[in-house]
Design a protein around this ligand. Sequence first.
Ligand SMILES: NC(=O)c1ccc[n+]([C@@H]2O[C@H](COP(=O)([O-])OP(=O)(O)OC[C@H]3O[C@@H](n4cnc5c(N)ncnc54)[C@H](OP(=O)(O)O)[C@@H]3O)[C@@H](O)[C@H]2O)c1
Length: 310
Amino acid sequence: MAATKFKLNTGAEMPAVGFGTWQSNPGEVQAAVSYALQNGYRLVDCAYCYGNEDEVGQGLKEAFGSGAVKRDDVFIMTKAWATYNTRIEEGLDKSLKSLGLDYVDLYLIHWPVLLNPDGNHDKFPTLPDGSRDVIRDWNHVEAWKQMEALLSTGKVKAIGVCNYSKRYLEELLPHAKVVPAINQIENHPSLPQQEIVDLCREKGIHVVAYSPLGSTGSPLFGAEPVVKVAERRGVSPGTVLLSYHVARGSTVLAKSVTPARIKANLEIVPLDAEDMKLLDDYSAELTRKGELKRYVYPPFGVDFGFPDKS
Ligand SMILES: NC(=O)c1ccc[n+]([C@@H]2O[C@H](COP(=O)([O-])OP(=O)(O)OC[C@H]3O[C@@H](n4cnc5c(N)ncnc54)[C@H](OP(=O)(O)O)[C@@H]3O)[C@@H](O)[C@H]2O)c1
């Protein structure tokens, strides 16, 4: 099935499948981005924090230079890192420079926490005891006000958030002049986060699922119901894990630096009610047993309001 697109609350369209760049190492990511764009991807997810935006930018340049795809045909998003949450435009300018772009299609708050902007490290400042140097007397709504101000600069087409729980969204929305276009969250059958997905749907915020394969080493490939649905459909477990989100009305981001996998991850198949029931029953069972699995949880020492972590 050709991957569909979803309409955002801005009126723009976002592809159903996107290309992730986290933990794509120097020496790998330029080729991976260029290959992905030349083989059908039209959505690329980046972040200042990933430390590879210079090379991602080289990959974009290579793909645009190949003639296979034009800048305006690709949806590119990046994120303000937590040390930049009081300097949102400065963070954006750094990313634009590295990526070699005049604008991004979407700019995101990466995590709703402030790490000390004057601390001992640009990205991961620490206190003498080694813990993260978090400024606790700070409200994430302040970052959103700065995000809203970006819309008049022409450097972003839209703004959104990442890692917002239901509680954080409920804190933000009464103060938001602009409703976030998306909420990018960890999402897969072992962490369905249905309460966030439902709230986002109600408020017109598109959900973008990250770490759909379980992140590093794709551990979710072996989950029993995933294998079962893969057998029913005659596809790989990866295709099931990615198609799950499209069936839920979400966009999904998968990362790979391996050409065959990059190509394979574009395959989305329709999942029927029985397939989804197998996956949803698995999620319900993990929830009941208190065994939901969150693979990405940086050690900020902050309660972000996720029920599995609160
Ligand atoms: N907003 C946030 O806070 C946040 C957090 C995490 C991730 N993200 C975004 O979401 C993207 C995806 O998440 P992720 O990188 O954590 O994990 P992921 O896409 O769930 O998994 C990536 C891992 O799966 C492997 N893999 C990929 N395709 C495969 C296939 N078809 N068969 C077997 N193995 C495969 C990759 O290996 P190889 O690369 O070696 O092929 C890599 O080890 C990120 O890259 C990033 O852009 C955002």
